[in-house]
Design a protein around this ligand. Structure first.
Ligand code: FPP
Ligand code: MG
Length: 341
């Protein structure tokens, strides 16, 4: 099981904010409040069976990275307001909603190391659970005000577009690599950018900071998606909670795979032939394809594209005041570069 316990989530904050105990304690405390509000909100369905369905993925958790980003964005204004906690709840509601849908689309058996909702109760219940969370997110946004309503709508729009573009593949005249970044911007970067922006807006941060935080979030989000792709190839199961090579089996054009397919200099003929067959996990071909990818120039090139995005994220940060929160945003770049799950 790879379900993150509360202490493990705290250790993420402790690691990132290690050099500033006051900020670490404030973030830990506010994440605790966010968690409590999240549980309260999702438990409050008119039908307790619906609450039971949505409670599953809320409880299995994850890193709560998006709420943390909301809280960090708020550090550039007045972080103490109750609205900031609700904004953190909002970001997590959209995220968890998208995961219910994503696991149905991918036919995933597990999420965060626990059985997925679709594996436990079937696709229809999982889809409805995700739908209800999205409705709940819309309610929270209404309570927060027109800016939050607009940001929530934009994030949902971008998420659905990213996911649909992934399904449709590159359109006429769109290069596979451009398509990859369009998809990653929609399905990953959108919510990461929104979280930082929303936190800053609800805390009354200056507009210029909100813009910079959004730019940082877009770049960090792209790097985060690339790191996901790298993990699919190089992370052992125990660390990531996912079987390695799942993208390969499902025919998902992850960045290293796209680069290997792109030309002789990044992937050899044997690898390209194996990728084309979409080798089933556990087969000799799957093992061989993973082995070739792990050692490929394509994997190294994808890694360097991730570092390029992180460099752009760090450049955006130079326009923000030098505060402990800024140092945490900087440390997050290292976290993305070195994460194992
Ligand atoms: C995970 O990608 C996918 C997402 C984070 C976005 C999913 C978005 C939708 C399903 C669109 C609908 C959205 C809403 C809000 C209703 P992945 O499959 O590459 O990663 P994984 O390995 O974590 O599953
Ligand atoms: Mg998925």
């Amino acid at each position: 099981m790879n379900v993150l316990s509360a202490p493990e989530r705290r250790s993420l904050v402790s690691g990132l904010a290690a050099d500033d105990p006051a900020l670490r304690d404030r973030l830990t405390e506010r994440l605790r409040s966010t968690e409590q509000r999240l549980q309260e909100r999702t438990a409050r369905s008119v039908d307790p069976r619906v609450a039971g369905l949505v409670g599953h993925l809320v409880a299995t958790g994850g890193k709560r990275l998006r709420p943390l980003l909301v809280l960090l964005g708020a550090e550039f204004g007045d972080p103490g307001s109750e609205d900031v906690i609700e904004a953190a709840v909002l970001a997590e509601l959209i995220h968890v909603s998208s995961l219910y849908h994503d696991d149905v689309i991918d036919d995933a058996g597990t999420r965060h190391g626990a059985p997925s909702a679709n594996a436990l109760w079937g696709k229809r219940r999982a889809v409805f659970a995700g739908d209800w969370l999205l409705a709940l997110a819309a309610q929270v946004a209404c309570e927060l005000g027109p800016q939050a309503v607009r940001m929530n709508a934009v994030a949902a729009d971008r998420l659905v577009h990213g996911q649909t573009q992934e399904l449709l593949g590159p359109g006429p005249g769109t290069a596979p690599l451009d398509h990859y970044f369009q998809v990653a911007a929609g399905k990953s970067a959108s919510l990461i950018a929104l979280s930082l922006q929303l936190g800053a807006v609800q805390a009354g941060a200056p507009d210029a900071y909100v813009t910079v935080l959004a730019e940082y979030g877009e770049q960090l989000g792209l790097a985060f998606q690339i790191s996901d792709d790298l993990l699919d190839i190089s992370s052992p199961l125990s660390a990531s909670g996912k079987e390695p090579g799942m993208d390969l089996e499902a025919g998902v054009p992850s960045l290293p795979v796209l680069l290997a397919l792109a030309g002789d200099d990044l992937g050899d003929g044997e690898l390209r032939d194996l990728i084309a067959t979409g080798p089933a996990a556990g087969t000799r071909q799957h093992r061989r394809a993973l082995e070739l990818l792990q050692d490929s120039a394509a994997l190294a090139a994808a890694g360097s594209m991730m570092y390029d995005r992180l460099a752009l994220a760090r450049t955006a940060l130079t326009a923000l005041p030098q505060t402990p929160a800024l140092r945490v945003l900087d440390a997050l770049c290292d976290f993305v570069a070195h994460r194992t799950g």
